[in-house]
Write a protein of this length. Structure first.
Ligand SMILES: [Zn+2]
Length: 361
């Protein structure tokens, strides 16, 4: 269930709505960064929490504890040259965790866009199986089995030189059926859609739906497919009694991968971010305790929300007032908080619900 440990980064541009934030005593920051994010995405957070409680019932509680504490330990930092304010926080890397999933999607989208830029005639492929009433785990196994067989086919290898694939599930509330399918972005030579469809039908024993189209805008397509890199759908989009089935079917299952010739296939390794220029200012809880009476803490919070640079003098003043010198952040993975958390992540300044809306689009 966990992904790469260590630092990762997702820069989400601030939403215009936060520019008018009221910093009066009555609008104190949330008790923690976790609460700040959860409040903006309450429906999905609650759906995930309730489902994970059922999933881990009586067994391993560590992933559930990590999810409940994701981004609860957070501190504000300032870039020593640009003045940019970032929040660095602990993170759980659980695939269902809304901020962790969005952070991963954001990084992958950038990597895929990099790979696709300048490629000749990139295209998008969608492969589906006929919906059935079989348990989701069985349907997913079957889709992955057929996808493996298709990639071994000589026609496929000739046309699809290299690419990246993502697994997605939709749910039809009227029929009560899941609809697992795959999205790919690829480069290669031309082939008739009908030829691929025929091959797919042969492998799947009758599923003929294959859709191929040109990539018109690399950035849009990269963002579109990357939405599914961590989780194949939102749990809150399912009726309560079907959520556990989805979490169970996805347990220890990859939702994305690459294929094709070495040297041409995309490299989706997530680069480590250099956090050494970020100087620690104060913890989230310290800022919350002081913001009602401290102008400096109000400025720090406002700069973070709006994305405006924090002037240097504010740091110096703060440093003197707390009789502490600003310290540089460590360059490697930080010490684990409470023994249960995987790493640090930064940063969601903006209105998190914007990202959730994007996921639903
Ligand atoms: Zn998380």
């Amino acid at each position: 269930m966990s992904d790469t440990a260590g630092f990762d980064v997702a820069e989400v541009p601030p939403s215009p709505s936060v520019l008018t934030i009221d910093l009066s005593v009555n609008s104190l920051p949330d008790p923690s960064y976790h609460d700040f994010l959860a409040r903006r995405n309450r429906t999905e957070y609650d759906a995930v929490l309730e489902t994970l409680k059922l999933f881990y019932k009586g067994e391993n509680h560590a992933p559930l504890d990590a999810f409940e504490n994701c981004r609860r330990f957070a501190f504000f930092t300032r870039h020593k040259d640009t003045g940019e304010v970032k929040v660095l926080s602990s993170c759980c890397h659980n695939r269902w965790c809304p901020p962790c999933a969005t952070a991963k999607a954001s990084v992958f989208s950038g990597r895929i866009e990099e790979w696709l830029t300048g490629r000749k005639r990139p295209r998008q492929l969608e492969l589906t199986l006929r919906s059935t009433g079989l348990p989701l785990r069985e349907q997913t196994d079957e889709l992955y089995r057929c996808w493996r067989l298709l990639r071994l086919d000589p026609l496929f290898k000739k046309v699809f030189l290299a690419g990246v694939w993502f697994f997605q599930i939709t749910y039809n509330a009227e029929t009560g059926l899941f609809h697992p399918h795959l999205h790919c972005l690829f480069v290669g030579s031309y082939a008739k859609q009908s030829a691929i469809s025929e091959k797919w039908s042969e492998i799947t024993n009758g599923s003929t739906y294959v859709f191929i189209q040109s990539v018109k805008d690399v950035s849009t397509s990269a963002k579109y497919v990357s939405r599914y890199v961590a989780r194949p759908m939102l749990l809150s989009d399912l009726p309560e009694d079907r959520r556990l089935e989805l979490v169970d079917a996805m347990y220890h299952r990859r939702t994305a991968g690459t294929f094709g010739r070495d040297g041409l296939r995309p490299d989706l390794t997530i680069p480590k971010q250099d956090l050494t220029p970020y100087i620690r200012i104060c913890s989230w809880s310290e800022l919350r305790d002081l913001i009602a009476t401290s102008k400096i803490h109000q400025v720090i919070y406002k700069c973070w929300l709006t994305g405006k640079p924090l002037p240097e003098p504010a740091i110096l003043l703060l440093s003197r007032s707390s009789e502490e010198k600003p310290e540089l952040l460590p360059t490697g993975p930080p010490a684990v908080f409470g023994g249960i958390l995987a790493g640090f992540s930064a940063d969601f300044r903006g209105d998190f619900s914007d990202n959730v809306r994007a996921l639903r689009a």
